[in-house]
Structures are given as C-alpha cells and as structure tokens.
Design a protein around this ligand. Sequence first.
Ligand code: SAM
Length: 260
Amino acid sequence: MTPPTGSPEGKLGTLDVDAYLADPLRKQAFVTPMFDIIAPRYDAFTRLFSLGMDAGWKRRAIAAAAAAAPGARTVLDLASGTGDVAAQLARALPHAAVTALDASPRMIDAARARLRTRDADVAARVTPVVGDMMALPQETATVDVVSASYGVRNVPDPVQCVREMARVVHPGGILVTLDFYQPGFGPWRALFLWYLSLAGNIVGWLWHRDPVVYGYIARSIRDFMTADAFSALLEREGFDVISESRALFGGIAQHVARRR
Ligand SMILES: C[S@@+](CC[C@H](N)C(=O)[O-])C[C@H]1O[C@@H](n2cnc3c(N)ncnc32)[C@H](O)[C@@H]1O
C-alpha cells in the first residue's frame, strides 16, 4: 500500500483527491493516511458533524446486533476506528470476545487508549488490530456477528468487502452495518451532499487547515450506492436481509442480515 506523497503529517489537500478516489488501486493510499490524521479528533468530529445524532444511530445498531445474536461469542467490528462500537458491542454481548479491526494504525492507537481509560470495563474482551477488511485474517465461518459502522463506503472495493464479511460469518451468523448512502430522491440528495461538503470543508479547515480531510465524506457518498442497492448486494453475496432502517431520508441506513 503506497502512501500518497502527503504523509499523515503533510497536507492531503495538495493531492489530486478525485484521481485517488476514482482509482480503486489508489483510494486506500489516500484513505488510510487521512484517517491517521483525523484519528485524535475523530470522536469529537463525529458528534459535531452529525449534530449529536450519531450516538443514537450507533445505539440502535448495537441493540439490533444484541437482539439478533444475544449469545454471540465471536464478534468482529470492521473499520472500528477508535473502537466506540466495539466497546459498546462488548457491553451488549456479555459472552463475546470482540476484535476491533481497522486499517489506520493511529485509529488503533486511539482504540487502545480508550480501552485503558473510558472503556476499561470491557478492555479484557476487546482486541484492537490493524488489518484490511477486504482481506480479513479470520478463518472462514468462524464469526457470530460482523459489524461495520461508516466502514464499507470507505474501502476501494465494497463488493470484495461484503464477500469477506460473508466468508468469515458462519451460516446463521449476523451482519450489522451503519453507513451513509446516496439518498434516492434527487433534490434531497443534492442538498444533503451540499451540507456535508460545506460543513466538512469548514471543520477540516478550522481543525486541520486542510478542508479535504472532512470534505472527503461528501465525495465518498457521491461515489457510493443507495441503501437499497446495498441490500441487494448483501442478498447477492449470501445474506438474507432482516431489516433496512433509514434515517435522514435515506442518507443514513442500518442493515441487519443473516448469513444463509
Ligand atoms: C468513518 S471511520 C468509522 C469509525 C468507526 N466505525 C465509527 O463508526 O466511529 C472509517 C474507518 O474505516 C477505516 N478503513 C478504511 N479502509 C479500511 C480497510 N480497507 N480496512 C479496514 N478499515 C478501513 C478507516 O481507517 C476509519 O477508521
């Protein structure tokens, strides 16, 4: 994985961002250094950017996982970031060992720091690891619950990522995802992306003097799919979709699915 010339300490805004994001072979080389840059402020940014709504969306996703697989023992949280969801999954699933996997070493450092402090109560059952959700280290059919919040949209190849999720979850196991999607209704999609782009650019400039680090979110949604298309992808790759719950008129959706 070749990092872009702008290292985590450098400015990503000097790069041809669209060229990096349009090319699956180069997207990861932009995305991982970008998340390395924002890791220390990621939790605060998410709260601010979602106007506080993110916590509720995550709580609902975690409750859905606990309801669908209450006795889960092996849980894999992908694109785990600072480990927020992984820690909450560990609390909601008291028998589970949770692996918190992320491509960004600095996000994994932040997850480790969090497990030493505010999430110390579950630290013994949460293991943060650096890894690629398109090529998982887990053995086939060994996982009870696989989750990803705001994860699949960020990888160069979402289909390959869903294939990996389908490979590691055993038949009857559960997938829970939460992500941004393209709203289906054109005028709302335009307004939604405009807000995300503006707010992201402003916060990126104020916090990092680099608008692109958060302006990226709107770009990534523009290149992604609708929530319905994601349901169809899950069905194609071996899951039965149990529920697709939307917020913000399709701009956010939670999927719960069972491996066939
Ligand atoms: C928007 S953050 C989500 C963090 C966390 N799940 C949350 O909801 O707060 C997206 C995360 O995906 C990670 N990521 C991007 N590409 C990845 C890959 N190929 N494999 C694993 N993680 C990846 C990034 O490093 C980043 O931490």
